[in-house]
Design a protein around this ligand. Structure first.
Ligand code: ADP
Ligand code: MG
Length: 254
C-alpha cells in the first residue's frame, strides 16, 4: 500500500443540533480499498460527502493527496476556497451515487465524455477514445449510443462508474452503489468494482454488502453514531468484532 491518499482528522459535522460526525479520523492509502459499514443514519453518506466538500466540515481537516480540501492555509488560519477551486479539487475525486445521477439527455458515450471535455478541456476525440476504453472495461461498448432510460439500473450504474473514472480520480467514492438495484443486477456492478479494486484503484465504498467487504476490502470501517467504532482488516472486523455495537450490527445484516 502506498502513501496516504485521503486523510480525515477530527472531522465534525452537525445539521442543526444533530451532530452527525463526532470526530472522525480516517486514512486511506494509495491502492487501498476501504469499505464503510454502519447502520442507517450513522453518518456514512455525510462522511463521504465531506471528502469532496459536498458537505463543509464544522471542525477538523480533510486532505486528498496532501492537498487540503475546501480550504487554503495562510499562516495559521484557514481560508475557504472559492467555488471554482473546490470544483477543480472535485475533478480529482470520483463519486458514484446510489441513484446513478446520469445526465438523462445525453447518450452513454456523451455522459462519459462530458466532464473531461468541459472540466479538463481535453480534446473531444481523445476524450471519446478514452471513454470507449472505459465503457469496454465496464462491459458496455455496445451501448454507447443508448440513452440512460433505455438501460437497466445495473447498466446505468456501470456507466456512472465509467464516467467517474474518466477524470482519472485520485480516489473513487461509492455511496451504496448497489442499493437501488434489483437483486439480480447487484452482481454485475460489484464485479466491476472488484475489478477496479484488483487493479489498484484507491476507493472508499459505503455498502451493506458484507460479502463484498470480506472479499474486496483491505480495511473495514464500522461507523456508528458518527464515530469510527472499529476498523481493521475484514478478518478482524467482520469475523472477530471486538465492539458490541459492531457485533449487533453484523448479526442483523449477515
Ligand atoms: P447514513 O448514510 O449512514 O444513513 P447520513 O450521513 O445520510 O447517514 O445521515 C446521518 C444523519 O444526518 C441522519 O440523521 C440524517 O437525517 C442527517 N442528515 C444528513 N444530511 C442532512 C442534511 N442535508 N440536512 C439535515 N440533516 C441531514
Ligand atoms: Mg447514506
Amino acid at each position: 500500500m502506498g502513501e496516504v491518499m485521503v486523510h480525515l482528522q477530527g472531522v465534525r459535522k452537525s445539521f442543526g443540533d444533530n451532530e452527525v460526525l463526532r470526530g472522525v479520523d480516517l486514512e486511506v492509502r494509495a491502492g487501498e480499498v476501504v469499505v464503510v459499514l454502519g447502520p442507517s443514519g450513522s453518518g456514512k453518506s455525510t462522511l463521504l460527502r465531506t471528502i469532496n466538500h459536498l458537505e463543509k466540515v464544522d471542525a477538523g481537516l480533510v486532505s486528498v493527496d496532501g492537498e487540503l480540501i475546501g480550504y487554503r492555509r495562510r499562516g495559521d488560519r484557514l481560508h475557504e476556497l472559492r467555488e471554482r477551486e473546490v470544483l477543480r479539487q472535485r475533478t480529482h475525486i470520483g463519486f458514484v451515487f446510489q441513484n446513478f445521477n446520469l445526465f438523462p439527455h445525453l447518450t452513454v458515450l456523451e455522459n462519459v465524455v462530458e466532464a473531461p471535455v468541459s472540466a479538463q478541456r481535453r480534446p473531444l476525440d481523445q476524450a471519446r477514445e478514452r471513454a470507449r476504453a472505459l465503457l469496454a472495461r465496464v462491459g458496455l461498448s455496445e451501448k454507447e449510443s443508448a440513452y440512460p432510460r433505455h438501460l437497466s439500473g445495473g447498466q446505468q450504474q456501470r456507466v456512472a462508474i465509467a464516467r467517474a473514472l474518466a477524470l482519472d480520480p485520485k480516489v473513487l467514492l461509492f455511496d451504496e452503489p448497489t442499493s437501488a438495484l434489483d437483486p439480480e443486477l447487484v452482481g454485475e456492478v460489484l464485479d466491476v468494482i472488484k475489478d477496479l479494486a484488483r487493479s489498484g484503484t484507491t476507493m472508499v465504498v459505503v455498502t451493506h454488502e458484507v460479502g463484498f467487504a470480506r472479499e474486496v476490502a483491505d480495511t473495514v470501517v464500522f461507523l456508528d453514531g458518527g464515530v469510527v467504532v472499529e476498523q481493521g482488516p475484514p478478518s478482524r472486523v467482520l469475523d472477530d468484532p471486538q465492539h458490541p455495537r459492531t457485533r449487533a450490527f453484523l448479526s442483523k445484516v449477515l
